[in-house]
Design a protein around this ligand. Structure first.
Ligand code: HEM
Length: 410
């Protein structure tokens, strides 16, 4: 399709995406959209008009384009019209590195990065095995469970809360607020954003008074002692980002992986027979159906071109990481919708690309490998207790995953 046709035909008939109907079957719906071209005009679930980037090369180009930025100034009017507040400091992850451009992004990322290095992550592996074993022990006598409630959710939540030093008693509130925060712009979403910030602000005060051996205490100390390196608002935004980014993403990666294995039981058998494949399999789960379907929004600071499509200053761009990953080179010549745990990897954009590439990727990979490996080993006859088509999916927003996973096992 040439540039003129794209520009003249698509904006009048944008595909409406990320509504609950689409979310139940989004990989297929988005694949149809991708077949029409790698960059398409869409209207997001909240009504915001945007350019959807749907293929691998274009996704990487968009995520490193110097004119596609997080600074929302050129797009402010369009954002206000749909009540979009996610980028504002004081609202959840607003003011965190995820919503900032350099040089502020660079400064904040450098402060937190050491805590998530591959070396530091390896030190956590033993504890992740312990938490996993404890959750599986609790499930074992029951013979049936909702795998989300009993396993895929509590594992990453416990890990990130222990890392940050969030008291166990507060973890349920965090999970509820995160769920609401990742929904559509609404009073509930705004309230959840404010609750998250309010809670973390209070926790920071407690860490100041009584520092402990945890990441939040370390960051709090840096913000109070190293003038100008990390303001209080930045500290709070960073902590909220780590909690949100550090749990629902991994919960749903593990959940989607299990759905893929229930859909293709011979692949689960293969993984049981060859457990050494589990890390490679996690790359395949990330490629096939990861939890973060789309990047955070980017805003065009100047006119630019992407895949021959003219994007104007102030236009909004969302990169569909899930679709782009299915288009990644290692799937070439095969059906990208088919799970193959022996596929060579890891080429996908499930963790994003460029300067905002997921800081928690080593942790997410390790948690998913431990969790999936242990689950398959512990319950060799683990099966879904409902038909695959009856599963309910997260109905709105950028996150993809099953709301519940009723399973049986002996
Ligand atoms: C950024 C995905 C787990 C922390 C990102 C981005 C993606 C992503 C796609 C880039 C967003 C963008 O460019 O708009 C995932 C997935 C995960 C996961 C699929 C699990 C399966 C984690 C974990 C943590 C974490 C466990 C650790 C606490 C972060 C942070 C950023 C980020 C701090 C912001 C980086 C920056 O702005 O420089 N993640 N993530 N993530 N992720 Fe993850």
């Amino acid at each position: 399709m040439n540039r003129t046709t794209m520009r003249e035909t698509e904006p009048d008939r944008p595909a409406l995406i990320f509504t609950p109907e689409v979310k139940a079957d989004s990989p297929r719906v988005l694949a149809e959209l991708r077949a029409r071209g790698p960059v398409q005009r869409v209207r997001l679930g909240n009504g915001l008009a945007a350019w959807a980037v749907l293929s691998y090369e274009e996704a990487r180009a968009a995520l490193t384009h110097p004119d596609l930025r997080h600074d929302p100034t050129p797009s402010e009017k369009a954002l206000e019209a749909v009540g979009y507040t996610v980028h504002k400091p004081g609202h959840g992850v607003g003011g965190s590195m995820l919503q900032l451009d350099p040089p502020d992004h660079t400064r904040l990322r450098r402060l937190v990065a050491p805590a998530f290095s591959p070396r530091r992550t390896r030190l956590l592996t033993e504890r992740v095995h312990e938490i996993t074993a404890g959750l599986l022990d609790a499930m074992a006598p029951r013979g049936e469970a909702d795998l989300v409630e009993a396993f895929t959710a509590p594992l990453p939540v416990t890990v990130i809360c222990e890392l940050l030093g969030i008291p166990a008693a507060d973890r349920d509130s965090f999970r509820r607020w995160t769920g609401d925060f990742l929904g559509l712009p609404s009073d509930r979403q705004r309230a959840a954003g404010l609750s998250l910030n309010g809670y973390v602000a209070e926790l920071v005060e407690r860490k100041l008074a009584e520092p402990a051996d945890d990441l939040l205490s370390d960051l709090t100390l840096q913000s109070s002692t190293q003038d100008g390196r990390l303001s209080r608002a930045e500290l709070i935004g960073t902590a909220v980002l780590l909690v949100i980014a550090g749990h629902d993403t991994t919960v749903n990666l593990i959940g989607n992986a299990m759905v893929a294995l229930f859909r293709a039981p011979h692949q689960a058998d293969l993984l049981r027979a060859r457990p050494e494949l589990v890390e490679q399999a996690v790359e395949e789960f990330l490629r096939l159906d990861s939890s973060v379907e789309a990047s955070t929004l980017r805003f065009a600071a100047n006119d630019l071109e992407l895949a021959g499509v003219r994007i104007r200053r102030g236009d909004v761009v969302a990169v569909y990481l899930g679709q782009a990953s299915r288009d990644a080179p290692q799937a070439e010549g095969t059906d990208p919708a088919v799970l193959d745990v022996t596929r060579p990897g890891p080429r996908h954009v499930a963790f994003g690309h460029g300067i905002h590439h997921c800081l928690g990727a080593p942790l997410a990979r390790m948690e998913a490998s431990v969790a999936i490996g242990a689950l398959l080993r512990r319950f060799p006859d683990l099966r879904l207790a409902v038909p695959l088509d009856d599963l309910c999916w997260i109905p709105v927003g950028m996150m993809r995953g099953p709301l519940e996973l009723p399973v049986r096992f002996t």
